[in-house]
Design a protein around this ligand. Structure first.
Ligand SMILES: Nc1nc2c(ncn2[C@@H]2O[C@H](COP(=O)(O)OP(=O)(O)OP(=O)(O)O)[C@@H](O)[C@H]2O)c(=O)[nH]1
Ligand SMILES: [Mg+2]
Length: 391
C-alpha cells in the first residue's frame, strides 16, 4: 500500500519524517515504495528545519500562517491552528497536487498531536479539504494523545484533545489513536526521548505497508495482505500494535519439521507475538469492542504454515468475537516471527470518553476564567483612567 503522508505541527511533522525514513528503508532493503509523497506543515519555521528525511524544499516543508504567527507557532490555541488552516490550506493542496505518481497512492495518512495548537487545529480542517478534493481515496488521521503529566499540568491539553478528536472522527475514514503515555510504560526515560517514541509509533506500519507491494515471488505469502484488506479494515476508531518472538537459536539443532514438538513451538511463538501485539496496542482498548480486525504474520517461510495462521486467527477470534477478521502472511528471511495487529471500528475507547466528559465540565470554567481576566483588566483601566496618554 502506498500513502501520501502529511504531518501537521511539531509532533505530526516529526512522525511524518519517520514515514519518510521508512520509505527510504523499504526502497533500500526491499526495493519497493510505501509512500508517494511525505509533507510537513507547520506554523513554526524552526520545527520544519529540524526534520531529517522529508525533502527540504518549501513544497515539502510547508510554512503556514506566517503572517499571523511570525513563524513561531500558535501557542497551543488550536482554534487559531484551525483558522490558519482555513486560510492557508490551499498551499497544502497545491503541494499534494504536485506529487509525482500521485495516481499510485492508495490513501492519505494525516498526522498530528491532539494537545498542541497547530496540528490539533489544522488536521480536522485539512482532512475536510482533502476529502472534498479527492473523494475516491480514504483518509486516515493518526492522532497522538498527550502524556499524563501534560494533562495534569495543562487543562488546555485535555480540551484541545477533545475538540480535535471529535472533529476528526466526524470526517476521517479512520482515526488511528496513539497514546504517548503507553510508550513509556516500560522505560520511563523515554518521556524525554520523543524521537525514540516516534520510531516505535511508525514501526508497526512497515510490514503492513510493504506486504502488498512486494514483487519478488519468495516474499509473496500464501495469502497476501494488500491495500484492499487494509482499506476494508481501517474504519472509525482504530488501534495498531506489533509483537515479535525469536524463532531460532543458532546453536540448537533444528527439530524435524514433522515433529509435533516443532509444530507446537511454532504455534506457541506465534501466540506469544500476538499477545505482545495486543498488549502493546497504540491505545488501551477492549478487543471485544472491535468490529473489524486484521493481523499480518511475518516470518521465515519455513516457519509459517497454515496451521499457525489458523491458530492465530482462532486466538484472535476468542478475544475479538464480534470482529470481521482479515489476515495475511509475509515470508521474510530474518529469524524472527512478527505479528502486526489492527483493531478497528472500536465502539468505545475509555480515554477518549474521559476527554469528552472532562472537557464538557471545563467549558464553563474556561468561560469564567476569561470573564475574570476581562473584569480584572477593566478594573485596572478604571484605576488609571485619569492618567494622560502618550499616544
Ligand atoms: N510522540 C510525540 N509526541 C510529541 C512530539 N512533539 C510533541 N509531542 C506531543 O504533542 C503535544 C504538543 O503538540 P505539538 O505537536 O508540539 O504542537 P503543535 O501542533 O506544533 O502546535 P503549537 O506548537 O501549539 O503551535 C504534546 O502532547 C507533546 O507531548 C513528538 O515528536 N513525538
Ligand atoms: Mg509547534
Amino acid at each position: 500500500m502506498k500513502l501520501v503522508v502529511v504531518g501537521f505541527g511539531q509532533c505530526g511533522g516529526r512522525i511524518a519524517d519517520q514515514f519518510a525514513r521508512l520509505n527510504k528503508r523499504a526502497r533500500s532493503q526491499r526495493k519497493i515504495e510505501i509512500t508517494t509523497g511525505v509533507f510537513a506543515v507547520n506554523t513554526d519555521a524552526a520545527d520544519l528545519s529540524g526534520l531529517s528525511f522529508i525533502r527540504s524544499d518549501y513544497r515539502h516543508r510547508i510554512l503556514i500562517g506566517g503572517r499571523k504567527t511570525g513563524g513561531h507557532g500558535v501557542g497551543k490555541i488550536n482554534e487559531l491552528g484551525a483558522e490558519i488552516a482555513r486560510e492557508d490550506g490551499d498551499k497544502v493542496i497545491d503541494a499534494i497536487r504536485g506529487t509525482r505518481r500521485f495516481y499510485e497512492s492508495d490513501a492519505f495518512l494525516l498526522i498530528a498531536s491532539s494537545a498542541g495548537g497547530t496540528g490539533s487545529g489544522a488536521i480536522p480542517i485539512m482532512t475536510q479539504y482533502i476529502k472534498e478534493r479527492y473523494m475516491d481515496k480514504p483518509i486516515y488521521d493518526l492522532i497522538v494523545l498527550p502524556f499524563e503529566h501534560e494533562e495534569t499540568t495543562e487543562e488546555r491539553s485535555i480540551y484541545n484533545s477533545a475538540l480535535c478528536l471529535k472533529s476528526v472522527n466526524s470526517i476521517a475514514d479512520a482515526v488511528i489513536v496513539v497514546d504517548n503515555q503507553r510508550y513509556i510504560r516500560k522505560d520511563f526515560s523515554l518521556r524525554n526521548n520523543l524521537s525514540k517514541i516516534n520510531e516505535l509509533i511508525v514501526e508497526p506500519f512497515y510490514d503492513l505497508l510493504c506486504a502488498g507491494e512486494e514483487k519478488k515471488i519468495k516474499y509473496i505469502g500464501a495469502k497476501t495482505l494488500d491495500a484492499g484488506d487494509i482499506i476494508q479494515t481501517f474504519n472509525g476508531w482504530t488501534a495498531i500494535g506489533y509483537g515479535n518472538s525469536q524463532v531460532r537459536t543458532f546453536n540448537l539443532p533444528l527439530p524435524r519439521k514433522s515433529d509435533f514438538r516443532s509444530k507446537s513451538t511454532e504455534i506457541h511463538k506465534g501466540i506469544q507475538a500476538m499477545d505482545e501485539a495486543m498488549s502493546e496496542l497504540s491505545i488501551s482498548c477492549n478487543p471485544n469492542d472491535a468490529s473489524l480486525a486484521l493481523y499480518l504474520l511475518s516470518a521465515p517461510a519455513k516457519e509459517m504454515n497454515m496451521d499457525l495462521v489458523k491458530e492465530l486467527g482462532d486466538y484472535l477470534r476468542g478475544m475479538a468475537p464480534r470482529a470481521t477478521i482479515r489476515n495475511g502472511d509475509y515470508p521474510r528471511e530474518k529469524a524472527i516471527l512478527e505479528v502486526t495487529l489492527v483493531l478497528s471500528g472500536l465502539s468505545n475507547i475509555e480515554k477518549i470518553r474521559e476527554y469528552y466528559s472532562k472537557s464538557t465540565s471545563l467549558i464553563p470554567e474556561f468561560k469564567r476564567r476569561q470573564e475574570e481576566v476581562e473584569d480584572s483588566l477593566r478594573a485596572m483601566e478604571e484605576v488609571g483612567k485619569d492618567i494622560p496618554s502618550l499616544l
